[in-house]
Write a protein that binds this ligand. Structure first.
Ligand code: NAD
Length: 356
C-alpha cells in the first residue's frame, strides 16, 4: 500500500492506494464525528461497512450521468440538513466519477464545506475524478456547467472495489491513464507498453503502480495550478475539448473515457496538422488505445462523421475553456511532453473538420 500527502492551496489531502487500503484509511476518520455515506447502487456496501461504523445517513444512488444534476445535490443537502450534520462531520462518496462529482459539490456547498472523503469504485474515478478538487453537475445536457473547486480531505483508492467493475467501465479509466502517459509521463508510457496484458487482466501489483503514477502526475499539476488559472492544469483536458463535444452530441450516452479516447486521437491529428509533433506520435497514441480496447474513431462511438461544422461549433464554442473566441489547448510535442497553445476557435474547428 502507498500513501501520498499533498497540500493543495491550504488543504491537506491524504491519498491511500492499494488493495485493502480502506482498513488503514478508516483509522484516519475520527470516530467522534458522524459519517454521511452516499453510495453507488452497483457497489456492495458490506466491505465498506466492516471498516466504517459511525454511518448516520446513507443515500443510495444509481449514479452515472442521469443523477449528476443539481436536483441530486439539493436532495443530499436536504438530508444532511434534516439529520443536523455539522462541518466537522464527514461526507463520503463511494462510487464512480459522476457520483463523486455530485457529492463533492454537495460537500462544498453545505455549510460552506464539510469534510469530503472520496472512495472511487471505478478505475476512472481512481486515476482522475477522485483527486484534484473539481466538482460539478451537468446542466441542460452540457457537461459540468455547475460546479466549484473543493479538495477532498481523504481519498481511498482500494483495488478491492474493482472486482465487480464491468470490463467496458474498466477500460474507460485506461483512457485517462493513456492521457497522462502521452502528455507528461514517458515512464508511464513505457511501463504500460511493457505490461499491457497485465494491465488489461487487472493484475493488482501492476495496477497499484499504474494508479500511483497517474495520481502523482495529476497531483503534480493540480498543486501548481489548483484553479486552472496558469495554463498548467489545462494539460489534464487533453482530448476533452473534442471529448466533451462527443458526450454532448451523444446526449451523454457515450461514456467519458471512450469520448476522451476518441477526443485525444482527433486532437493529436490537429496538433500534427499545426506542426507541433510528427505523425509517429499520433500513430503510437492510436496503437496504445487499441491495445487497451478503446475506440479511436467517431463512428466507433456512434457519432456520425457527416455532422456539419456548425453543429460542432455550437457545442465546442460553449466549452468552458473558450475565452473571447479563443481556446488555449494542450498540444503534444512528443510522447510524454506537451505545451499550451492559444488558437482561435474557428481555426481549431477547421483543423478538426479536416481530421474527421
Ligand atoms: N472531477 C474530475 O476531475 C473528473 C475527472 C474525470 C472524469 N470526471 C467525471 O467522471 C464521470 C465518469 O466517471 P466514471 O467513468 O467513473 O463513470 P460513472 O461514475 O458514470 O460510473 C460508471 C458505471 O459504473 C458503475 N459502477 C461504479 N463502480 C462500480 C463497481 N465497483 N462495480 C460495478 N459497477 C460499478 C456505475 O453504476 C455506473 O453505471 C463523468 O461524469 C466525468 O465528467 C470527473
Amino acid at each position: 500500500m502507498r500513501t501520498i500527502n499533498e497540500e493543495i492551496c491550504c488543504n491537506k489531502t491524504r491519498v491511500f492506494i492499494g488493495k485493502n487500503s480502506l482498513g488503514i484509511a478508516a483509522q484516519e476518520i475520527s470516530h467522534d464525528s458522524r459519517v454521511a455515506l452516499i453510495r453507488q447502487e452497483a457497489v456492495n456496501p458490506s466491505y465498506f461497512l466492516t471498516h466504517i461504523k459511525n454511518v448516520g445517513l446513507e443515500i443510495v444512488m444509481k449514479g452515472g450521468e442521469d443523477s449528476k444534476n443539481i436536483e441530486t445535490v439539493l436532495h443530499i443537502i436536504n438530508e444532511l440538513y434534516s439529520k443536523e450534520f455539522q462541518r466537522s462531520d464527514y461526507l463520503i462518496a463511494l462510487g464512480g466519477g459522476a457520483l463523486m462529482d455530485t457529492v463533492g459539490l454537495a460537500a462544498a456547498l453545505y455549510l460552506r464545506g464539510l469534510r469530503l472523503v472520496n472512495i472511487p469504485t471505478t478505475l476512472l474515478g481512481m486515476v482522475d475524478a477522485s483527486i484534484g478538487g473539481k466538482t460539478a453537475v451537468n446542466f441542460r445536457n452540457m457537461k459540468n456547467v455547475i460546479g466549484v473547486f473543493y479538495q477532498p480531505s481523504i481519498v481511498v483508492i482500494d483495488l478491492n472495489f474493482l472486482e465487480t467493475l464491468p470490463a467496458l467501465e474498466y477500460v474507460n479509466g485506461l483512457a485517462e491513464v493513456v492521457k497522462y502517459a502521452f502528455t507528461m509521463d514517458i515512464e508511464l508510457y513505457e511501463y504500460l507498453h511493457s505490461n499491457a496484458e497485465r494491465v488489461l487482466n487487472r493484475d493488482y501489483a501492476v495496477l497499484e503502480d499504474v494508479i500511483s503514477m497517474s495520481v502523482r502526475d495529476k497531483l503534480s499539476i493540480v498543486k501548481i495550478d489548483p484553479y486552472e488559472l496558469k495554463r498548467t492544469r489545462i494539460v489534464l483536458n487533453y482530448g476533452h475539448t473534442v471529448g466533451h463535444a462527443i458526450e454532448t452530441l451523444s446526449q451523454l450516452r457515450v461514456s467519458h473515457g471512450r469520448a476522451v479516447a476518441v477526443g485525444m486521437v482527433y486532437e493529436s491529428c490537429v496538433g500534427e496538422m499545426l506542426g507541433y509533433h510528427n505523425h509517429h506520435v499520433s500513430e503510437k497514441l492510436k496503437e496504445m488505445l487499441r491495445l487497451f480496447e478503446l475506440p479511436t474513431k467517431l463512428d466507433e462511438v456512434g457519432i456520425n462523421r457527416e455532422i456539419n461544422t456548425e453543429v460542432w461549433r455550437s457545442v465546442m464554442a460553449r466549452d468552458k475553456k473558450v475565452h473571447r473566441g479563443k481556446l488555449v489547448i494542450p498540444v503534444l510535442t512528443d510522447i510524454g511532453s506537451w505545451k499550451p497553445v492559444e488558437i482561435v476557435v474557428d481555426e481549431f474547428i477547421e483543423a478538426f473538420m479536416r481530421c474527421v
